[in-house]
Ligand binder design. Structure first.
Ligand code: NDP
Length: 358
Protein backbone atom coordinates (compact mmCIF):
# COMPACT_ATOMS: atom_id res chain seq x y z
CA UNK A 1 0.00 0.00 0.00
CA UNK A 2 1.21 3.54 -0.64
CA UNK A 3 3.17 5.44 2.00
CA UNK A 4 2.65 9.01 2.92
CA UNK A 5 5.49 11.48 2.68
CA UNK A 6 5.69 14.76 4.50
CA UNK A 7 8.27 17.09 3.08
CA UNK A 8 9.05 20.63 4.01
CA UNK A 9 9.74 22.83 1.03
CA UNK A 10 12.33 25.59 1.15
CA UNK A 11 11.25 29.20 1.54
CA UNK A 12 11.21 32.10 -0.86
CA UNK A 13 14.88 32.93 -0.35
CA UNK A 14 15.88 29.94 -2.38
CA UNK A 15 12.83 29.55 -4.58
CA UNK A 16 12.91 33.25 -5.37
CA UNK A 17 9.14 33.39 -5.21
CA UNK A 18 7.04 34.67 -2.31
CA UNK A 19 6.20 31.23 -0.99
CA UNK A 20 6.72 30.51 2.72
CA UNK A 21 7.89 27.15 4.07
CA UNK A 22 5.24 24.62 3.33
CA UNK A 23 4.33 21.27 4.73
CA UNK A 24 3.40 18.92 1.98
CA UNK A 25 1.85 15.47 1.92
CA UNK A 26 2.38 13.04 -0.87
CA UNK A 27 1.89 9.30 -1.33
CA UNK A 28 4.60 7.04 -2.66
CA UNK A 29 4.17 3.58 -4.13
CA UNK A 30 5.92 0.33 -3.23
CA UNK A 31 9.64 0.30 -4.16
CA UNK A 32 10.72 -1.50 -7.31
CA UNK A 33 14.18 -2.62 -8.57
CA UNK A 34 16.92 -0.85 -6.61
CA UNK A 35 14.66 1.53 -4.68
CA UNK A 36 14.19 1.46 -0.91
CA UNK A 37 11.37 3.03 1.07
CA UNK A 38 12.52 4.57 4.30
CA UNK A 39 10.86 5.90 7.43
CA UNK A 40 12.71 8.71 9.18
CA UNK A 41 13.40 8.03 12.85
CA UNK A 42 15.43 11.15 13.75
CA UNK A 43 16.84 14.06 11.78
CA UNK A 44 18.89 16.90 13.31
CA UNK A 45 18.65 20.59 12.49
CA UNK A 46 22.21 21.69 11.83
CA UNK A 47 23.28 25.31 11.26
CA UNK A 48 24.43 24.41 7.73
CA UNK A 49 20.89 23.24 6.88
CA UNK A 50 19.64 26.72 7.66
CA UNK A 51 22.43 28.38 5.67
CA UNK A 52 21.37 26.19 2.78
CA UNK A 53 17.76 27.35 3.06
CA UNK A 54 18.93 30.97 3.33
CA UNK A 55 20.87 30.54 0.11
CA UNK A 56 24.23 31.33 1.77
CA UNK A 57 25.63 27.81 1.40
CA UNK A 58 27.62 26.68 -1.64
CA UNK A 59 25.25 23.82 -2.42
CA UNK A 60 21.50 23.84 -2.96
CA UNK A 61 19.39 20.70 -2.60
CA UNK A 62 17.87 19.49 -5.86
CA UNK A 63 14.53 21.06 -6.79
CA UNK A 64 12.19 18.50 -8.32
CA UNK A 65 8.52 17.79 -8.90
CA UNK A 66 8.73 14.25 -7.57
CA UNK A 67 6.69 15.14 -4.50
CA UNK A 68 3.83 16.22 -6.72
CA UNK A 69 4.09 19.94 -5.96
CA UNK A 70 2.86 22.52 -8.45
CA UNK A 71 6.33 24.07 -8.61
CA UNK A 72 9.64 22.25 -8.16
CA UNK A 73 10.52 22.05 -4.47
CA UNK A 74 13.41 20.84 -2.36
CA UNK A 75 13.36 19.11 1.01
CA UNK A 76 16.00 20.49 3.40
CA UNK A 77 18.03 18.54 5.93
CA UNK A 78 21.20 16.61 5.28
CA UNK A 79 21.40 13.84 7.81
CA UNK A 80 19.07 11.41 9.55
CA UNK A 81 18.60 7.89 10.80
CA UNK A 82 16.11 5.97 8.67
CA UNK A 83 14.49 2.57 9.05
CA UNK A 84 14.07 0.49 5.90
CA UNK A 85 10.37 -0.24 5.45
CA UNK A 86 10.56 -2.01 2.12
CA UNK A 87 13.16 -2.82 -0.51
CA UNK A 88 12.84 -3.41 -4.27
CA UNK A 89 13.64 -6.84 -5.70
CA UNK A 90 17.11 -5.73 -6.87
CA UNK A 91 18.25 -4.29 -3.55
CA UNK A 92 21.26 -6.10 -2.08
CA UNK A 93 22.84 -4.05 0.69
CA UNK A 94 19.87 -3.50 3.01
CA UNK A 95 16.69 -5.25 4.07
CA UNK A 96 13.45 -4.41 5.86
CA UNK A 97 14.10 -3.32 9.45
CA UNK A 98 17.71 -2.16 8.85
CA UNK A 99 18.82 1.32 9.84
CA UNK A 100 20.56 3.49 7.27
CA UNK A 101 22.07 6.98 7.04
CA UNK A 102 22.67 9.23 4.05
CA UNK A 103 25.82 8.42 2.11
CA UNK A 104 25.94 11.91 0.55
CA UNK A 105 24.64 15.30 1.54
CA UNK A 106 21.57 16.79 -0.10
CA UNK A 107 19.26 13.83 0.53
CA UNK A 108 16.55 16.03 2.06
CA UNK A 109 15.92 14.50 5.46
CA UNK A 110 13.22 16.70 6.99
CA UNK A 111 10.36 14.41 6.02
CA UNK A 112 8.60 11.41 7.46
CA UNK A 113 9.32 9.05 4.58
CA UNK A 114 11.58 8.82 1.59
CA UNK A 115 12.09 6.57 -1.39
CA UNK A 116 15.58 6.50 -2.89
CA UNK A 117 18.09 4.40 -4.77
CA UNK A 118 19.82 1.95 -2.48
CA UNK A 119 23.25 3.39 -3.32
CA UNK A 120 22.32 6.75 -1.75
CA UNK A 121 22.25 5.25 1.74
CA UNK A 122 24.62 3.36 3.98
CA UNK A 123 23.58 0.58 6.36
CA UNK A 124 24.62 0.91 9.98
CA UNK A 125 24.69 -1.75 12.67
CA UNK A 126 21.83 -0.57 14.89
CA UNK A 127 22.42 -2.88 17.86
CA UNK A 128 22.89 -0.94 21.10
CA UNK A 129 22.22 2.47 19.56
CA UNK A 130 19.44 5.05 19.68
CA UNK A 131 18.25 6.59 16.44
CA UNK A 132 19.30 10.09 17.63
CA UNK A 133 22.89 8.87 17.93
CA UNK A 134 22.86 7.33 14.47
CA UNK A 135 21.05 10.32 12.98
CA UNK A 136 23.66 12.79 14.20
CA UNK A 137 26.88 10.83 13.66
CA UNK A 138 27.60 11.71 10.03
CA UNK A 139 28.23 15.46 10.24
CA UNK A 140 29.44 16.76 13.62
CA UNK A 141 31.41 13.81 15.03
CA UNK A 142 32.88 12.95 11.61
CA UNK A 143 33.98 16.59 11.18
CA UNK A 144 35.64 16.60 14.60
CA UNK A 145 37.32 13.25 13.95
CA UNK A 146 38.79 14.23 10.58
CA UNK A 147 39.99 17.66 11.70
CA UNK A 148 41.92 16.11 14.60
CA UNK A 149 43.44 13.44 12.37
CA UNK A 150 44.04 14.93 8.94
CA UNK A 151 45.83 18.28 9.36
CA UNK A 152 48.68 17.79 11.83
CA UNK A 153 50.07 14.73 13.51
CA UNK A 154 48.89 15.04 17.09
CA UNK A 155 51.03 12.95 19.42
CA UNK A 156 49.94 11.98 22.92
CA UNK A 157 50.45 14.95 25.22
CA UNK A 158 50.28 17.51 22.39
CA UNK A 159 47.91 20.44 22.79
CA UNK A 160 45.24 21.90 20.54
CA UNK A 161 42.69 24.68 20.95
CA UNK A 162 39.18 25.28 19.63
CA UNK A 163 36.49 27.94 19.80
CA UNK A 164 32.75 27.19 19.63
CA UNK A 165 33.68 24.35 21.97
CA UNK A 166 30.08 23.95 23.13
CA UNK A 167 28.91 23.14 19.59
CA UNK A 168 28.12 19.62 18.40
CA UNK A 169 31.45 19.52 16.59
CA UNK A 170 33.28 21.02 19.56
CA UNK A 171 31.87 18.52 22.07
CA UNK A 172 32.76 15.63 19.76
CA UNK A 173 36.30 16.98 19.32
CA UNK A 174 36.80 17.31 23.09
CA UNK A 175 35.92 13.66 23.61
CA UNK A 176 38.01 12.34 20.74
CA UNK A 177 40.97 14.49 21.73
CA UNK A 178 40.83 13.09 25.25
CA UNK A 179 40.46 9.52 23.97
CA UNK A 180 43.57 9.95 21.84
CA UNK A 181 45.63 11.28 24.73
CA UNK A 182 45.87 14.91 23.64
CA UNK A 183 45.28 18.07 25.69
CA UNK A 184 42.65 20.55 24.60
CA UNK A 185 41.81 24.16 25.37
CA UNK A 186 38.08 24.71 24.92
CA UNK A 187 37.06 28.31 24.23
CA UNK A 188 33.40 29.18 24.87
CA UNK A 189 31.27 32.29 24.98
CA UNK A 190 30.81 33.50 28.53
CA UNK A 191 27.57 33.01 30.41
CA UNK A 192 26.55 34.75 33.59
CA UNK A 193 27.35 33.19 36.99
CA UNK A 194 26.36 29.62 37.68
CA UNK A 195 25.49 28.94 34.06
CA UNK A 196 29.07 29.72 33.01
CA UNK A 197 30.46 27.50 35.76
CA UNK A 198 28.12 24.68 34.75
CA UNK A 199 29.24 24.82 31.11
CA UNK A 200 32.89 24.85 32.18
CA UNK A 201 32.37 21.78 34.34
CA UNK A 202 30.36 20.05 31.59
CA UNK A 203 33.17 20.42 29.09
CA UNK A 204 35.84 19.43 31.62
CA UNK A 205 33.81 16.30 32.39
CA UNK A 206 33.71 15.54 28.67
CA UNK A 207 37.50 15.68 28.57
CA UNK A 208 38.62 19.26 27.90
CA UNK A 209 41.93 19.93 29.68
CA UNK A 210 41.20 23.65 30.09
CA UNK A 211 38.05 25.67 29.47
CA UNK A 212 38.30 29.44 28.95
CA UNK A 213 35.90 32.11 27.76
CA UNK A 214 36.45 34.25 24.67
CA UNK A 215 37.24 37.20 26.94
CA UNK A 216 39.83 35.25 28.93
CA UNK A 217 41.49 34.12 25.72
CA UNK A 218 41.71 37.68 24.46
CA UNK A 219 43.55 38.91 27.58
CA UNK A 220 47.20 39.86 27.07
CA UNK A 221 48.47 37.23 29.50
CA UNK A 222 46.71 34.32 27.77
CA UNK A 223 49.90 33.37 25.95
CA UNK A 224 51.76 33.17 29.28
CA UNK A 225 48.96 31.02 30.61
CA UNK A 226 49.34 28.64 27.68
CA UNK A 227 53.11 28.61 28.19
CA UNK A 228 52.59 27.51 31.76
CA UNK A 229 50.05 24.80 30.83
CA UNK A 230 52.29 23.38 28.10
CA UNK A 231 55.35 23.44 30.31
CA UNK A 232 57.04 26.17 28.32
CA UNK A 233 55.69 24.75 25.04
CA UNK A 234 57.62 21.51 25.59
CA UNK A 235 54.30 19.97 24.54
CA UNK A 236 53.45 22.06 21.47
CA UNK A 237 50.11 23.71 20.68
CA UNK A 238 49.85 22.30 17.18
CA UNK A 239 46.28 22.80 16.04
CA UNK A 240 43.36 25.25 16.29
CA UNK A 241 39.81 24.41 15.24
CA UNK A 242 37.85 27.48 14.28
CA UNK A 243 34.05 27.40 14.40
CA UNK A 244 33.52 31.13 14.89
CA UNK A 245 35.78 33.38 12.76
CA UNK A 246 36.43 37.10 13.33
CA UNK A 247 38.98 38.69 15.67
CA UNK A 248 38.33 36.09 18.35
CA UNK A 249 39.56 33.41 15.95
CA UNK A 250 42.75 35.35 15.31
CA UNK A 251 43.28 35.69 19.06
CA UNK A 252 43.25 31.91 19.13
CA UNK A 253 46.05 31.82 16.56
CA UNK A 254 48.41 33.92 18.71
CA UNK A 255 49.48 31.26 21.21
CA UNK A 256 49.94 28.55 18.53
CA UNK A 257 53.37 26.92 18.21
CA UNK A 258 55.45 27.63 15.09
CA UNK A 259 54.27 25.57 12.11
CA UNK A 260 50.86 24.93 13.69
CA UNK A 261 47.67 24.78 11.66
CA UNK A 262 44.33 26.53 12.11
CA UNK A 263 41.44 24.69 10.49
CA UNK A 264 38.35 26.79 9.87
CA UNK A 265 35.12 24.83 9.57
CA UNK A 266 32.44 27.31 10.66
CA UNK A 267 31.75 31.02 10.66
CA UNK A 268 29.20 31.45 13.44
CA UNK A 269 30.16 35.09 14.11
CA UNK A 270 29.80 35.91 10.38
CA UNK A 271 32.93 38.10 10.74
CA UNK A 272 35.97 37.92 8.49
CA UNK A 273 39.44 37.12 9.79
CA UNK A 274 42.52 39.30 9.38
CA UNK A 275 45.69 37.25 9.37
CA UNK A 276 48.76 39.15 10.57
CA UNK A 277 51.73 38.82 8.21
CA UNK A 278 54.03 37.91 11.13
CA UNK A 279 51.94 34.80 11.78
CA UNK A 280 52.77 33.64 8.29
CA UNK A 281 56.35 34.89 7.99
CA UNK A 282 57.84 34.30 11.40
CA UNK A 283 55.65 31.52 12.74
CA UNK A 284 54.83 29.77 9.49
CA UNK A 285 51.27 29.13 10.64
CA UNK A 286 49.09 27.31 8.16
CA UNK A 287 45.45 28.33 7.66
CA UNK A 288 43.28 25.65 6.19
CA UNK A 289 39.62 24.72 5.91
CA UNK A 290 37.51 21.61 6.18
CA UNK A 291 34.16 20.76 4.62
CA UNK A 292 32.75 17.40 5.62
CA UNK A 293 30.43 17.18 2.59
CA UNK A 294 33.31 17.43 0.15
CA UNK A 295 35.48 15.11 2.22
CA UNK A 296 32.71 12.49 2.49
CA UNK A 297 31.98 12.54 -1.23
CA UNK A 298 35.69 12.12 -1.99
CA UNK A 299 36.30 9.39 0.62
CA UNK A 300 33.17 7.20 0.87
CA UNK A 301 35.05 4.19 2.27
CA UNK A 302 36.92 6.26 4.85
CA UNK A 303 33.67 7.97 5.79
CA UNK A 304 32.05 4.59 6.42
CA UNK A 305 35.00 3.48 8.54
CA UNK A 306 34.92 6.73 10.53
CA UNK A 307 31.16 6.45 11.11
CA UNK A 308 31.46 2.80 12.20
CA UNK A 309 34.26 3.64 14.63
CA UNK A 310 32.26 6.51 16.11
CA UNK A 311 29.13 4.36 16.43
CA UNK A 312 31.16 1.71 18.23
CA UNK A 313 32.33 4.38 20.70
CA UNK A 314 28.68 5.38 21.23
CA UNK A 315 27.64 1.76 21.65
CA UNK A 316 30.22 1.16 24.37
CA UNK A 317 29.38 4.39 26.17
CA UNK A 318 32.74 5.95 25.27
CA UNK A 319 31.14 8.87 23.42
CA UNK A 320 28.47 11.08 24.95
CA UNK A 321 25.66 12.70 22.93
CA UNK A 322 25.63 16.40 22.41
CA UNK A 323 22.64 17.89 24.32
CA UNK A 324 19.56 17.63 22.13
CA UNK A 325 16.13 19.20 22.13
CA UNK A 326 13.63 16.81 20.62
CA UNK A 327 10.97 18.18 18.31
CA UNK A 328 8.29 15.55 17.83
CA UNK A 329 6.97 15.25 14.29
CA UNK A 330 3.95 13.03 13.79
CA UNK A 331 0.74 13.10 11.80
CA UNK A 332 -0.82 15.78 13.97
CA UNK A 333 2.21 18.11 14.06
CA UNK A 334 1.36 21.60 12.83
CA UNK A 335 3.54 23.29 10.24
CA UNK A 336 4.18 26.21 12.63
CA UNK A 337 5.77 23.92 15.23
CA UNK A 338 8.24 22.67 12.64
CA UNK A 339 8.97 26.11 11.24
CA UNK A 340 9.58 27.50 14.73
CA UNK A 341 12.09 24.73 15.46
CA UNK A 342 13.86 25.45 12.19
CA UNK A 343 14.00 29.18 12.85
CA UNK A 344 15.59 28.72 16.29
CA UNK A 345 18.53 26.75 14.90
CA UNK A 346 20.93 29.66 14.41
CA UNK A 347 20.20 31.22 17.80
CA UNK A 348 23.02 31.04 20.33
CA UNK A 349 22.93 29.92 23.98
CA UNK A 350 20.60 27.05 23.16
CA UNK A 351 19.76 24.16 25.47
CA UNK A 352 20.76 21.72 22.76
CA UNK A 353 20.69 20.80 19.11
CA UNK A 354 17.19 20.53 17.65
CA UNK A 355 16.37 17.02 16.43
CA UNK A 356 13.15 15.99 14.70
CA UNK A 357 12.02 12.74 16.25
CA UNK A 358 9.33 10.81 14.39
P1 NDP B 1 25.61 23.63 17.08
O1 NDP B 1 24.26 24.09 16.75
O2 NDP B 1 25.80 22.35 17.80
O3 NDP B 1 26.35 24.77 17.91
C1 NDP B 1 26.44 26.08 17.49
C2 NDP B 1 27.61 26.74 18.18
O4 NDP B 1 27.82 28.03 17.63
C3 NDP B 1 27.46 26.89 19.67
O5 NDP B 1 28.65 26.50 20.29
C4 NDP B 1 27.22 28.39 19.85
O6 NDP B 1 27.79 28.88 21.02
C5 NDP B 1 27.99 28.95 18.69
N1 NDP B 1 27.46 30.25 18.27
C6 NDP B 1 26.19 30.55 17.92
N2 NDP B 1 26.11 31.84 17.54
C7 NDP B 1 27.36 32.37 17.68
C8 NDP B 1 27.92 33.65 17.48
N3 NDP B 1 27.18 34.67 17.03
N4 NDP B 1 29.23 33.84 17.75
C9 NDP B 1 29.98 32.82 18.20
N5 NDP B 1 29.51 31.56 18.39
C10 NDP B 1 28.22 31.35 18.15
O7 NDP B 1 26.46 23.64 15.73
P2 NDP B 1 27.29 22.57 14.91
O8 NDP B 1 28.32 21.95 15.75
O9 NDP B 1 26.38 21.71 14.15
O10 NDP B 1 27.99 23.57 13.88
C11 NDP B 1 28.86 24.58 14.32
C12 NDP B 1 29.45 25.28 13.10
O11 NDP B 1 30.20 24.35 12.38
C13 NDP B 1 28.43 25.86 12.13
O12 NDP B 1 28.95 27.05 11.59
C14 NDP B 1 28.34 24.79 11.08
O13 NDP B 1 27.92 25.27 9.83
C15 NDP B 1 29.77 24.33 11.05
N6 NDP B 1 29.96 22.98 10.57
C16 NDP B 1 30.80 22.84 9.53
C17 NDP B 1 31.09 21.61 9.03
C18 NDP B 1 32.06 21.51 7.91
O14 NDP B 1 32.19 20.45 7.32
N7 NDP B 1 32.75 22.58 7.58
C19 NDP B 1 30.47 20.40 9.55
C20 NDP B 1 29.64 20.64 10.72
C21 NDP B 1 29.39 21.90 11.18
P3 NDP B 1 26.94 28.98 22.37
O15 NDP B 1 26.92 27.60 22.93
O16 NDP B 1 27.74 29.93 23.18
O17 NDP B 1 25.60 29.51 22.00
Amino acid sequence: SPWFTLGMATPGAVLNVPVPNSLHTHSIGPPHSSLVTLRTLSAPLNPADINQIQGTYPTVPPFTSTLGTAQPTAVPGNEACFEVLAAGSGVKSVKKGDWVIAKYTGLGTWRTHLQVEEEKVQRVEKEGLRSEQVGTVGVNPVTAYRMLKDFVKLEEGDWWIQNGANSGVGRAAIQLGKRWGTNSIAVVRSRPGAEGEKLKKDLEDLGATKVVTDEEMQQKDFKDQVKEWTDGYSSPLKLALNCVGGDAAMAMAKPLSPGACMVTYGAMSKSPMRVGASMLIFKDLRFSGFWVSKWSDAHPEEKKRTVDELLEMMRTGAFRDTPMVEVRWDWGTERDVLVEAVQGTLEGFKKGKGVFVF
